[in-house]
Design a protein around this ligand. Structure first.
Ligand SMILES: Cc1cc2nc3c(=O)[nH]c(=O)nc-3n(C[C@H](O)[C@H](O)[C@H](O)COP(=O)(O)O)c2cc1C
Length: 323
């Protein structure tokens, strides 16, 4: 399949793997890229720019296909060494960056000069237009159903994608809630040029996470995610567990007085304990409603091939027969 996204990134299939904290290691990105999609290493999971450079080098040993790096711009007090991370990316020769969080304008001149294509992840049409106006090459339009941070507007992809299509000139991918070929076709029909998946890629053979995480995804239904940190305007969609229930109790009890310090036990530094050690109740971890559509643990190649084959069959068969 050829779309503006496959052309932009030099990939075979219009499928991107979104950055995921403590999931987007070299093994994950390489497996997705080897399957013909665009794998993404999560920059901030590497504690320093030097470690990111090593992770990129490790990925290059595992694939000769294009892959990218996610740079998440946090509202945090202690800002990570962003100039160092950007330099590590440019020096390593990586040609794709997925930005997310705050406006990436400050980093675009350096990235563009180095020939890096930038796809910015946004949860609204207004932020997508901003990304277009500052010179991003593409956007990842992340609907309310997504795992991670859906923003505060709560617009699901059935509305958000066609709205983005009404306004955007640059290509965009549908992000959030996607797991199969039916949804790829629907996304294309609504104006997207491909898909971005997070949660679905965690339940693959190559995802470098504890088996308990994959089993938790298989066991969950579309009713099992919760929104946390809404009172802090930092809403995150996570899989429900004991820690999330405790967190929501605190949110209810403290109301508008809730501070980040009150919930640090449930959200601070929990990713390694969950993703590496498989302690599934250690805290809140991002997970999309799409868990309801995940019933197996294929290899990335099987997953990508199945999505493309299903999309092909729907376009040529089911849709054509209606005409
Ligand atoms: C476990 C997990 C961790 C994530 N970490 C990040 C992150 O560090 N930076 C980021 O931009 N997005 C992050 N995301 C969001 C994904 O890149 C992607 O936008 C999202 O998962 C899409 O929704 P889906 O899970 O329904 O496919 C994360 C998602 C998950 C599930």
């Amino acid at each position: 399949m050829k779309t503006r996204i496959t052309e932009l990134f030099g990939i075979e299939h219009p499928i991107v793997q979104g950055g995921m904290h403590f999931v987007g290691l070299a093994e994950m990105a390489a497996a997705v890229s080897n399957a013909g999609g665009l794998g993404i290493i999560t920059g901030l999971t590497q504690r320093t720019p030097e470690l990111l450079a090593k992770e990129i080098a490790r990925c290059k040993e595992m694939t000769d296909k294009p892959f990218g790096v996610n740079l998440t711009f946090l509202p945090a007090m202690n800002q990570p060494d962003y100039p160092g991370y950007v330099k590590a990316i440019i020096d390593s020769g990586v040609k794709a960056v997925e930005t997310a969080g705050n406006n990436p304008a400050k980093w675009l001149p350096a990235l563009k000069e180095a020939g890096v294509k930038v796809i910015h992840k946004c949860t609204s049409v207004r932020h997508s237009l901003k990304a277009e106006s500052i010179g991003c090459d593409a956007v990842s339009v992340d609907g309310f159903e997504c795992g991670g941070h859906p923003g505060e507007d709560d617009v699901p992809n059935f509305i958000l994608l066609p709205r983005a299509a009404e306004e955007l000139k640059i290509p965009f991918v549908a992000s959030g809630g996607v797991a199969n070929g039916k949804q790829l076709v629907a996304a294309l029909a609504m104006g997207a040029e491909g898909i971005n998946m997070g949660t679905r890629f965690i339940a693959t053979k190559e995802a470098p996470v504890h088996e308990n995480v994959k089993q938790a995804i298989l066991a969950a239904s579309e009713l099992d995610t919760r929104l946390v940190m809404r009172p802090l305007r930092n809403t995150e969609r996570v899989l429900n567990n004991v820690a999330v229930e405790r967190l929501l109790e605190k949110e209810k009890a403290l109301g508008a007085n809730l501070k980040f310090e009150d919930i640090i036990a449930e959200v601070g530094g929990v990713y390694p304990r969950i993703m590496q050690d498989g302690e599934m109740d250690a805290g809140a971890w991002s997970c999309g409603m799409v868990v309801g559509l995940i019933h197996d643990i294929p290899t990335c190649k099987e997953l990508v091939d199945n999505i493309m084959a299903e999309a092909d069959a729907i376009i040529r068969g089911r849709l054509a027969q209606f005409l």
